[in-house]
Design a protein around this ligand. Structure first.
Ligand code: PLP
Length: 422
């Protein structure tokens, strides 16, 4: 029965039943973790062939480059060609770098703070710097901006992407807004994919010349349905909108091959890439080309990546379905929660009654189920409604996931009765 239609007495009776369920949960002595979006061991196993590549006699790139040696800051062309297709970036405008796109985002930010961007008249750090932060969003994005003292301005996420009117009103009025975080495909944690209209709006809205959108296409190919959305050629679109330097396209193979030993990519206009390569040349003589070569050999082509992602899907889609089925079975009738039903990415975003997220997470913790800290998906960890919980279904085994999610559902319902009776 809908909890909102229950009398106080009925709610108290429901709460008593839930307390009993919760005590049983506590007594089970669980140690389960739904916190981080990591691939499960079986997903990592899909790429084990990489451990034997490129082989002890095979170290030359297609153009004859000896990958064992220094140099080639842009990375191997054959790998940039594969990921250029998947990210809709001309391989000439794309570099293949280290093992982490987050590292690239960090460098892009610190270089701009210290030196200014390709369009800045002074370093960002010479004045106040603000970033637009569609929320809920990715906690590690917000951690970079918070760490460097960049003021974060939350903007609402709609089902088709960030609220463009809200973004445009802010950037038009304030030239100290220098950046924006964006996860255009299967966004972390909402699962939202930006529409073409929203994308055009973000690319053309009035903003400072050195305003940059970090187009973090981390989940470009991570589909749970038959095909991932066709990536938009954002660099071409930005150029057509008269803002050729506005976008940094980012991506990586972290959740394609090995999360800790993959390859990250950065694509942007020639001016931005020259600026980045110049700055990064003080940090490195070049990326790990042997790793890039083995990735290129492992995939063979963009279709090779798509086929590989279908194998991931076969492992993780049943886990997502399991979580959604449990949420539906345990929570639908009560009408105290809503959740995303993502077609890709790594997360399910669960909204509980306002004011009940921290309590739900605390209850789960006391029962041995670790959930991402309340507010994590918001700038400064401040969920203004205290209602959002990010669920990461990929890492646990199916058996653990089932137990954990059933437990989470009990915690949600118990916390909801407490909020409604308060
Ligand atoms: N960007 C988003 C949106 C993510 O969700 C993640 C990982 O969860 C990353 C980037 C991390 O990427 P990388 O491993 O390439 O640093």
């Amino acid at each position: 029965m809908n909890y909102h239609s229950k009398s106080a007495d009925q709610l108290r009776a429901t709460q008593d039943e839930l307390r009993k369920l919760y005590e049983q949960l506590q007594a089970a002595g669980l140690e389960l973790d739904l916190t981080r979006g990591k691939p499960a061991p079986e997903q990592l196993d899909l790429s084990n062939e990489l451990l034997a590549l490129p082989g002890d006699a095979d170290f030359r790139a297609a153009d004859g480059t000896d990958t064992r040696n220094y140099g080639g800051v842009k990375g191997l062309l054959e790998l940039r060609e594969i990921f250029g297709e998947l990210l809709a970036v001309d391989p000439a405008d794309l570099i293949a770098f280290g093992n982490s796109s987050l590292e690239l985002m960090h460098h892009l930010t610190t270089f701009a703070i210290i030196k200014g961007t390709a369009d800045s008249t002074q370093p960002w750090g010479a004045g106040p710097v603000k970033f637009l932060c569609p929320a809920p969003g990715y906690d590690r994005h917000f951690a970079i901006t918070e760490h460097y003292g960049i003021e974060m301005i939350p903007v609402p996420m709609n089902p088709d992407g960030p609220d463009v009117a809200a973004c445009a009103a802010l950037t038009a009025a304030d030239p100290s807004i220098k950046g924006m975080w964006a996860v255009p495909t299967y966004s972390n944690p909402t699962g939202v994919t930006f529409s073409e209209e929203v994308t055009r709006g973000l690319l053309s809205m009035p903003a400072a010349d050195d305003f940059r959108i970090y187009w973090d296409n981390a989940y470009a190919v991570h589909t749970l349905v038959d095909a991932a959305p066709t990536p938009l050629p954002v660099l071409e679109m930005a150029a057509a909108a008269g803002n050729p330097n506005r976008v940094y396209v980012l991506g990586s193979t972290s959740k394609i091959t090995f999360a800790g030993a993959g390859v990250a990519f950065l694509g942007s206009s020639k001016a931005n890439m020259d600026w980045f390569c110049k700055n990064i040349s003080f940090a490195t003589i070049g990326p790990d080309k042997v790793n890039q070569l083995r990735h290129a050999k492992f995939f063979g082509s963009a279709d090779g990546v798509r086929e590989h992602m279908a194998r991931h899907r076969a492992i993780i889609a049943p886990k997502f379905k399991l979580v959604l089925d449990i949420l539906d079975k345990r929570l639908s009738e009560s009408k105290v929660a809503s959740w995303s039903e993502p077609e890709g990415g790594y997360f399910i975003s669960l909204d509980v009654p306002d004011g009940a997220a921290k309590r739900t997470i605390a209850l789960a913790k006391e029962a041995g189920i670790a959930l991402t800290a309340a507010g994590s998906a918001f700038p400064y960890r401040n969920d203004p409604h205290d209602r959002n919980i990010r669920l990461a279904p990929t890492l646990p085994s199916t058996a653990d996931l089932e137990v954990a999610m059933d437990g989470v559902a009990t915690c949600v319902l118990l916390a909801a009765t407490e909020t409604l009776l308060a």
